[in-house]
Ligand binder design. Structure first.
Ligand code: G3I
Length: 455
């Protein structure tokens, strides 16, 4: 794996100066052609860049009405490479009247994210809460049909734009029963969850389909075991499920459990990805944040972490000050702990594929040269890096092969054609090496560089 320098324009405190020197040192090594050995520290200077070097994303819940807040957007664009709309994709937001869909706010977030190379998690298609009035008043087969139609319409609208959907949210009861939560959806029949997953798969076959819940972090809890049993059953019976979301809202009543890593690895062992989907920690203990990151990094199929908001003031539990940035947008000690954990983490224990030769642009492909090298490879995805020579300001066109999908990028500004398979990457001042992660979706062929153009 080749390490990269990331641009960082913020004022530096002394620890940051040390970090900068470390970054510079690794950059020099990279420039000299040295390879950083597996297990070595990484040099990302933002959460997203550092997570990407670990083959993961680092995301935030985003509210559409804050996209005009300059401080908020500056942090979002600098730090995160994944976005979850906090409320804008929920049932009451997207289908306020039955059969009438409104996507404007969700579309704004999706467009903001994708135009900057961030991936999008969809949240959520079927939930007992945040139902519009018309749905709350329904029951039986009419409700089942309305729910399935909602799943189909919303997943179809965002087809190809959402890498993972929380198909069903919070369907299990708290406490020791291990039972399903009573709700109007549950009363349509116990198979409502798998029916929702099948409808989502039919509507967007390329999206990862997740079951998402809270208080499922402690491996010993009945609710965790009940969700685990459902996922195991789904995998055994071929119900389409790809991932489990652990919300991970931690506070004194629901603390970070010492067996959290066991929970992550146990779900992963069922053959699903695990994602930490709504992380916040009351008081924002740096130690607890570090533990969560280290636990995710220790589980190969823990593919990313999303914090539920950016600044404390953006949190649904603002008075708990549970996030990584204070109300003014300053980094908190928890931020430093997360970034250090991401940078110190051991890269996943895999070796790059043997095909590491350069790919040259096809004839007539442009006025600079772009060379693609294979990066780290995991069970479901792989990194690629492209080095540009002959231009400082450049545009490189790269194509992946369907059903492959680019899930993360770094060190450039990407845009996609309508198929979603052809990525145009433009320099953004971060240097002449950019990278991207491709979800293989069963196809491991190498992305192709089409052209390199100096501008
Ligand atoms: O936007 C309206 C505003 O116009 C109105 O004046 C105000 C008055 O109540 O309400 C505003 O809407 C609120 C919305 O958040 C935006 O702030 C809703 O009332 C409020 O219910 C809603 O709360 C959201 C909650 O889910 C319920 O949907 C939180 O923002 C959101 O953070 C929270 O997220 C959930 C996840 O979806 C699932 N897991 C738990 C997590 C935390 O509760």
């Amino acid at each position: 794996m080749i390490e990269r320098c990331h641009r960082d324009t913020r004022p530096r405190s002394r620890p940051r100066l040390h970090a900068a020197l470390a970054v510079a040192a690794v950059g020099l090594l990279a420039a000299a052609g040295a390879t950083v050995l597996p297990g070595a520290a990484s040099a990302g200077t933002t959460l997203g860049a550092s997570a990407a070097e670990r083959g993961r994303y680092f995301g935030a819940a985003v509210a559409a009405n804050k996209l005009s807040d300059n401080t908020y957007v500056t942090i979002l664009n600098r730090e995160f490479n994944s976005v979850t709309p906090e409320n804008e994709m929920k049932i009451d937001a997207t289908e306020p009247q039955q059969g009438q869909f409104t996507f404007a706010n969700a579309d704004r977030i999706v467009s903001h994210a994708r135009s900057r190379g961030m991936s999008v998690r969809g949240h959520t298609l079927a939930w007992h809460s945040q139902q519009p009035g018309w749905m709350q008043n329904m029951s039986g087969s009419a409700l089942r049909q309305a729910m399935l139609n909602h799943v189909t319409q919303v997943a179809t609208h965002f087809r190809g734009q959402v890498v993972a959907w929380d198909v069903v949210n919070e369907a299990f009861a708290d406490g020791s029963s291990g039972a399903r939560r009573d709700s109007n959806l549950q009363r349509t029949g116990n198979d409502w969850i798998e029916a929702a997953f099948r409808a989502a798969r039919a509507a967007d076959p390329g999206a990862k389909l997740c079951y998402n819940d809270y208080n499922t972090d402690d491996w010993s809890h009945a609710k965790t075991q009940a969700v685990y049993a459902m996922v195991r059953d789904f995998k055994q019976r071929g119900v389409p499920i790809d991932c489990v979301g652990l919300q991970s809202h931690f506070n004194s009543g629901s603390p970070y459990p010492g067996n959290y890593r066991t929970t992550l690895s146990s779900f992963a062992a069922l053959g699903v990805d695990v994602q930490i989907t709504e992380l916040d920690i009351a008081g924002a203990s740096p130690t607890t944040y570090r533990n969560v990151v280290n636990d995710c990094l220790a589980v190969a199929r823990c593919t990313g972490i999303t914090v539920w908001g950016i600044r404390d003031s953006d949190s649904w539990r603002a008075s708990d000050t549970p996030l990584l940035f204070d109300n003014a947008g300053n980094r908190k000690p928890a931020y430093d702990a997360v970034l250090a954990a991401l940078n110190n983490g051991t890269p996943p224990p895999t070796t790059p594929p043997p095909t590491t030769g350069p790919t040259t642009p096809p004839p007539g492909g442009g006025s600079c040269t772009a060379t693609l090298r294979d990066g780290t490879r995991w069970g479901d995805r792989f990194n690629s890096e492209v080095t540009v020579s002959g231009a400082t300001n450049w545009t490189v066109v790269v194509a992946v092969t369907p059903p492959q999908k680019v899930s993360a990028t770094w060190n450039g500004t990407p845009s996609w054609d309508s198929s979603g398979n052809v990525m145009t990457m433009r320099s953004n001042g971060s240097g002449n090496v950019f990278g991207f992660t491709t979800m293989a979706n069963g196809n491991w062929s190498r992305p192709q560089v089409y052209s390199c153009t100096a501008s």
